[in-house]
Design a protein around this ligand. Structure first.
Ligand code: MN
Length: 255
């Protein structure tokens, strides 16, 4: 916990929009831990990944005490919150994103706005956690357990030399356990749906169909399959493990 003697300050966002039920449940559960400030997108930004808005103005709206909407992306929300003391009075002790309406498993982390909001905090050295509900719309149990995990994060001696970013997925309750996992692989079926609009023009719809995954021991998808809560620690460093081997690809390029 921050050694300021103050109540912890938690910055909360999501990608489903400021009115989402998962966000409301998360906010209410986290209020037992400290001061909570919500800065969330005005509208649904799911699958918006880590984009930021740089070509138009961003508008802010105070929705309620400690609840703010920004008409941008999840990353915009964290970015603005961390730079506007009128919105967030001091540097937060924790960033929590969610609870997403739907899973963020395996490859989803690259598309997810929920994960991106947490990642934006982690990129700035603030411990962060992304929370997602895999099925159903009852956020009660997930919010309670998210608060437990947040409390543990606030109380932990965290590594100071690397970012702390947890990707948490909740199956529908009741839970059979909580597991530390690795990312599995999750692929979307029928990647492009082709239809025609009323004027006969073709249009495409992606991400509208189901997803599937293979069984991978110790993965987030396996944990959810077994109705366990999945906690995947993510890293921000993107360099490949076999960096030297791949770097050889360019070693003898002649200019
Ligand atoms: Mn979402």
């Amino acid at each position: 916990m921050a050694a300021t003697g103050k109540r912890p300050l938690l910055l909360v966002s999501n990608d489903d929009g400021v009115g989402a039920a998962g966000l409301k449940a998360l906010r209410e559960a986290l209020q037992q831990l400290g001061d909570v400030v919500v800065v969330a997108p005005e509208s649904n930004q799911s699958a918006g990944s880590h984009s930021i808005t740089i070509e138009r103005p961003l508008r802010h709206r105070r929705v309620d005490t400690g609840v703010h909407a920004v008409d941008g992306t999840p990353a915009d929300c964290i970015f603005i919150a961390l730079h506007r003391q009128t919105i967030l009075p001091r540097r937060p002790d924790l960033v929590v994103s969610g609870i997403n309406h739907g899973p963020n498993l395996g490859n989803d982390i690259y598309y997810s706005g929920t994960v991106a909001a947490a990642r934006e905090g982690a990129l700035r050295g603030i411990p962060a956690m992304a929370c997602s509900l895999c099925g159903g719309s009852d956020f009660t149990a997930a919010a309670a357990l998210a608060a437990t995990l947040a409390r543990r994060l606030l109380a932990s001696e965290l590594p100071s030399d690397q970012a702390v970013l947890l990707n948490v997925n909740f199956p529908p309750a009741p839970y059979r356990g909580v597991r530390a996992t690795q990312l599995g692989s999750r692929r979307y079926d029928d990647e492009v749906t082709v239809r025609h609009d009323p004027r006969g023009r073709e249009y495409y719809w992606i991400g509208g169909s189901g997803a599937h995954h293979d069984w991978v021991d110790g993965s987030d998808t396996a944990a959810i399959d077994q109705r366990c809560v999945s906690v995947t620690p993510l890293q921000l460093r993107g360099t490949h493990d076999s960096h030297a081997q791949l770097a050889a690809l360019v070693a003898d390029v002649v200019l």
